[in-house]
Write a protein that binds this ligand. Structure first.
Ligand SMILES: [Zn+2]
Length: 44
């Protein structure tokens, strides 16, 4: 079976300035994202 991509989710990498760890977030998401590592607010 072939895997067909129906939805192309664009993920952007955001680097937290506090803990300097990067994590992925949806590109369509606009606003402030909370860092999953330290809880710091990062602008998306
Ligand atoms: Zn962080």
């Amino acid at each position: 079976m072939k895997k067909t991509k129906t939805k192309t989710a664009q993920i952007v990498k955001i680097v937290c300035k506090k803990c300097k760890k990067n994590f992925g977030a949806d590109k369509n998401y606009i606003g402030v994202i909370t860092c999953p590592y330290c809880g710091n607010y990062v602008e998306g």
